[in-house]
Design a binder for this molecule. Structure first.
Ligand SMILES: Cc1cc2nc3c(=O)[nH]c(=O)nc-3n(C[C@H](O)[C@H](O)[C@H](O)COP(=O)(O)O)c2cc1C
Length: 382
């Protein structure tokens, strides 16, 4: 299963083509819109989220509520585009660029992108680098999620930290259920403090980052492989999560904590119980050993840097005159960590659906599920 997104932040629309989804998967625009609406929530988001009410249009690959097996094209219009149609128009026209960004913003793609692509206006870069692109990934992820759900695999997420405010215990699957989408922290006191921290950052013209956790449950052992570096599922997940804008570190299971301790406290013992098969009493590995799922929950935490656009901007230098000055300000979020948790679920879904398809194949959902069921049986009877 592979996907490719296209579109600029203030262009007419975002699109994504998802290929490799088997035929016969029930899917509706509502399934996708549900996830798009979740992405737009979050305490700390900016004015853009009040303008956009993302709605998907399914342009190909689905007929009468079921996938056909061909490429699925999803389109999300940028309602904001109306106000930007001249700035973002494709026709060549007289005069210099408007709404130009010539003082690149530190922490953004502005400067390296302008240098790399030889653009005099960093808007040519930021329009594509913007996290608006993740709406397309969330849409594709909603389809992948439906596929996983058909196979009994569920996804959930939560926020573990906002700036210095942290959840001090290990969050469980149950902790991730029924959380408030605006601030999905599984600890009432930390939740209050996180919202105060965001308000404080907003008042100070500053921004905050944080940590998200995404969990997948119901995963059979053996997705991914140890035999080649690029088939290792932990590596593939890390790439997916790292590609979320502002992600700066990815942790599988308790990877960071165990690196500071001894081996006896780092690994998970192996048990066998009739009727349940092999399992582990703990899950420090985050459900992956040797690049393969081991049958436990897959747990991925992602560390996000604070938003780069500051209302009290850092120093920058003009791309045209080279004069020093303050970085330019674009309308911006103060904290996007809750939204990143939803994006995290989407990329986890895309990665696991890909690995699931790879292992069990099948051109129809029926064939895929039959193959998966036979394998689960084989593992139980091992
Ligand atoms: C959901 C989401 C929303 C974001 N919104 C903003 C924003 O409003 N302003 C901003 O400066 N950065 C925002 N970012 C982060 C930037 O997109 C990101 O820092 C930038 O593209 C540079 O990429 P890098 O941080 O991965 O190096 C957001 C990130 C996410 C995940």
């Amino acid at each position: 299963m592979r996907y490719l997104t296209a579109g600029e932040s203030h262009g007419p629309a975002l699109t994504v083509i998802l290929e490799g989804c088997p035929a016969g998967l029930p899917i509706s625009p509502d399934d996708v819109n549900l996830q798009l609406a979740r992405r737009q929530k979050g305490f700390g988001r900016g004015a853009r989220q009040r303008i956009e009410r993302d709605q998907v249009e399914i342009l190909s690959g689905v007929r009468r509520g079921e996938t056909l097996g061909g490429p699925i094209t999803l389109l999300i219009r940028n309602r904001d585009h109306q106000a930007w149609s001249e700035t973002m128009g494709v026709e060549s026209r007289e005069g210099g660029p408007d709404r130009a960004i010539t003082f690149p913003r530190p922490g953004h793609a502005d400067l390296p992108g302008a240098l790399k692509y030889a653009r005099r206006d960093a808007r040519d870069i930021l329009e594509r680098a913007s996290a608006r692109e993740t709406a397309a990934r969330v849409a594709a992820g909603a389809v992948a999620r439906k596929l996983l759900e058909a196979a009994g695999i569920r996804l959930a997420s939560c926020v573990l930290a906002i700036g210095p405010v942290k959840v001090e215990r290990k969050a469980t699957w149950e902790d991730c259920q029924g959380l408030d989408g605006d601030m999905p922290i599984p600890d009432e006191e930390a939740r209050e403090r996180a919202m105060m921290a965001i308000q404080g950052a907003r008042d100070a013209g500053d921004t905050l980052g944080g940590v998200i956790l995404v969990i997948a449950s119901g995963i059979p052992p053996g997705l991914g492989s140890h035999v080649q570096w690029d088939r290792r599922l932990d590596a593939r997940l890390a790439a997916q999560f790292m590609s979320i804008p502002s992600a700066k570190a990815v942790e599988i299971g308790d990877g960071v904590a165990v690196s500071a301790g001894s081996g006896s406290a780092a690994h998970d013992a192996i048990l066998h119980t009739p009727g349940r098969g092999f399992h582990h009493p703990t899950n420090r590995a985050g459900g992956i050993e040797g690049g393969m799922t081991n049958g436990e929950e897959v747990r991925v935490s992602t560390y996000l840097k604070p938003i780069s656009t500051l209302m009290r901007p850092l120093q920058s230098a003009d791309l045209l005159t080279k004069a020093s000055g303050k970085a330019q300000i674009e309308r911006s979020d103060v904290c996007a960590v809750p939204a990143a948790a939803v994006i995290g679920e989407a990329v986890m879904a895309l990665c696991l659906a890909d690995a699931f398809q790879e292992k069990f194949g099948g051109d129809s959902l029926r064939e895929l599920l039959r193959n998966a069921e036979a394998y689960r049986q084989q593992v139980m009877e091992y």
